[in-house]
Design a protein around this ligand. Structure first.
Ligand SMILES: C[S@@+](CC[C@H](N)C(=O)[O-])C[C@H]1O[C@@H](n2cnc3c(N)ncnc32)[C@H](O)[C@@H]1O
Length: 267
């Protein structure tokens, strides 16, 4: 769909809903051929007609409403408003991500971080992605480094991780289904990606898999203003030689999603 046509559609929909384009961009996300609405408001009886209007305006296959995310596996609660339910394929920087919008969340807000990470690595590295999901970090990284081990505990995520490995011919990616605290790793990693807000609980496991000297990218939620306290906490760990913090995106009115880049030497 052309950008002009899409912009026209956004203007019309915003006028109908009485919302700004900024609100639209925050709460209405197009993933492949589908739209995910993150609006808290109930649309009531208008919901189906709104869905149908969205389908035709944006030439999409399915409109879904997101109502929350649950548990450590980050499983979304999603209901279909209109259209047909299918897998979708989202294209980003030439990489294809296939997923089922009812089972898997895709966060476009992490795009900059995905790109940044690929700029930090070097080609001889072995990377472990401990919470790989459908391969959001693993697939782009696999084109830049020697080998990527990608683990996820959720069989649905693992299914799409396998599909995305194949879809993108990521031959040096090794998918692993299971708990990332108990991995049968064949080699130590130069770098570990921990893309889960509970990842600090898995830091001891990460140390088991890391080479004597390596890097860890640990995702966290932080209360705005507490960034320095968090950095100091990680710098105080004996195995951390340097810690830096980077904002990925705003998460809520009070919290940001951040990444801590930890340089590590094991004693
Ligand atoms: C928020 S998603 C992150 C996916 C991806 N890294 C990203 O940035 O979008 C967290 C993923 O961690 C997985 N997960 C949760 N606990 C796990 C564990 N103990 N071992 C492996 N994967 C786990 C979930 O199934 C989910 O796919």
């Amino acid at each position: 769909m052309g950008i002009l046509v899409r912009n026209d559609a956004i203007s019309i929909v915003c006028r109908k809903l009485g919302i700004s384009k900024e609100q639209f961009r925050q709460n209405y996300e197009i993933i492949g051929n589908s739209m995910i609405i993150r609006e808290d408001d109930e649309f009531g009886t208008d919901e189906r007609s709104l869905g149908r209007a969205m389908l035709s305006s944006f030439k999409l296959w399915g409109i879904y409403k997101y109502t929350g995310i649950h548990g450590s596996r980050r499983i979304p609660s999603v209901k279909m408003i209109s259209g047909i339910h299918t897998d979708v394929v989202q294209s980003e920087d030439g990489i294809l991500y296939m997923l089922d919008p009812k089972k898997i969340m895709f966060s476009k807000g992490n795009k900059k971080e995905r790109h940044l990470l690929t700029q930090m690595v070097s080609e001889k590295e072995t990377i472990l992605d401990m919470f790989a999901g459908i391969g959001y970090f693993s697939i782009p990284l696999s084109f830049k480094v020697r080998k990527v081990y990608s683990c996820d505990v959720n069989p649905d995520s693992f299914h799409y991780l396998m599909m995305n490995k194949r879809l993108n011919t990521a031959n040096n990616l090794v998918p692993m289904l299971g708990d990332s605290s108990m991995l049968p790793m064949e080699e130590f990693a130069d770098r570990i990606v921990m893309g889960h807000f509970d990842s600090h609980r898995y830091l001891n496991s990460a140390l088991k898999y890391l080479k004597k000297k390596g890097s860890i990218h640990l995702h966290q939620l932080v209360r705005r203003g507490d960034e320095l306290i968090m950095v100091k906490k990680y710098r105080s760990y004996g195995f951390v030689t340097n810690a830096k913090i980077r904002k990925v995106k705003s998460y809520s009115p009070s919290h940001d999603h951040v990444v801590l880049d930890l340089e590590v030497i094991k004693h």
